[in-house]
Design a protein. Structure first.
Length: 306
């Protein structure tokens, strides 16, 4: 029997209140540092098409690294398994923007969800499509069914002006021959992909194919084959939360992908996609209140992959 999701969300909204103020809004991108921290939204979409929301679930926020999930779908579609010659599939155990392993590992990033890996993924889309940024944004709009998901130009510019680490990652990988595009063009596409705005409701809809064997009921299309949906869920479980991935699996028990805008999308294959947004981050760059909310969600419903 399906849990009373709405009642669960209401309990969660109460129980997360003491956790506000414990984390910090991302400050290394100045445009994100201005986002008020005390916001919270959550949305559940079941495979039966029911949707349940609470709080600011329809407020747009900066998608940031959650976009890496969608650019990866595109890159896999473009390159198939050859993508894995250029990026690994192992957790990194390092921060999302770390440079440390890249030099030892010949410019091959550990996985597609740390920044280095995501930059390679975006390079695949950039070097193989005319209008890559538009292709990524259109793909996200297609998955959400919402044409209002736009690029926040202020956030994109802010990332560009302060993107020293991402530029360092891209240049280091280029020196190893693992980047094809010209660096400024590539970084522009990457920053604009991260600056797309999205709501919790849209994120839950966009991730639904991962709960439904690759099928999107939003537009009635098979977005991924079943095998790739399984593989992406495995990558999210092992790499989606950077060096907090073990703790997140322990507490929440769902494949998930986070972003420094405070969004997290999580999936229980065969059951639901659940998204949460709250801008204050923990030390690993994951939403502190959002992680707590997801922990409460799987605990209260008894539904996780474990
Ligand atoms: N973890 C994140 O969300 C990081 C994304 C951010 N745009 C960056 O590249 O630094």
């Amino acid at each position: 029997m399906q849990p009373d999701y709405q009642a669960v969300l209401q309990e969660i909204e109460q129980e997360i209140q003491p956790y506000f103020g414990m984390g910090r809004v991302a400050d290394y991108i100045p445009a994100l540092a201005r986002v008020p921290g005390r916001q919270f939204g959550m949305a559940v979409r079941t495979v039966d098409g029911d949707e349940f929301t609470i709080g600011d679930a329809d407020s747009p926020f900066s998608i940031q690294s959650v976009s890496k999930l969608f650019s990866l779908m595109l890159a896999l579609d473009i390159m198939g398994d050859d993508l894995w010659l250029r990026v690994g599939r192992e957790p990194s155990g390092t921060a999302f923007n770390s440079l440390v392993q890249l030099e030892h590992e010949a410019g091959i990033p550990r996985n597609p969800f740390i920044n280095a890996g995501a930059i390679v993924v975006t390079d695949v889309v950039t070097s193989r499509s005319a209008g890559a940024q538009r292709r990524i944004a259109d793909f996200i709009r297609m998955l959400t069914g919402n044409q209002d998901n736009r690029v926040d130009e202020e956030v994109a510019l802010s990332e560009k002006e302060h993107g020293y680490r991402n530029a360092a990652l891209a240049n280091l990988m280029k020196s190893f021959g693992n980047i094809e595009s010209d660096i400024p063009t590539l970084l522009d596409v990457y920053f604009r992909q991260c600056a797309i705005t999205i709501s919790c409701r849209d994120l839950a809809r966009a991730a639904t194919p991962l709960a439904q064997g690759g099928y999107s009921p939003i537009n009635g299309q098979q977005i991924l084959d079943r095998r790739d949906a399984k593989r992406l869920n495995a990558l999210m479980l092992t790499c989606g939360l950077y060096d907090a991935v073990g703790n997140f699996a322990y507490r929440v028990g769902l494949p998930a992908k986070s972003g420094v805008g405070g969004g997290i999308i999580a999936v229980l294959p065969g059951q639901f996609a659940v998204s949460v947004w709250s801008p204050e981050l923990d030390a690993n760059g994951n939403s502190l209140v959002g992680t707590k909310a997801l922990e409460l969600f799987t605990t209260k419903t008894g539904l996780s992959i474990f």
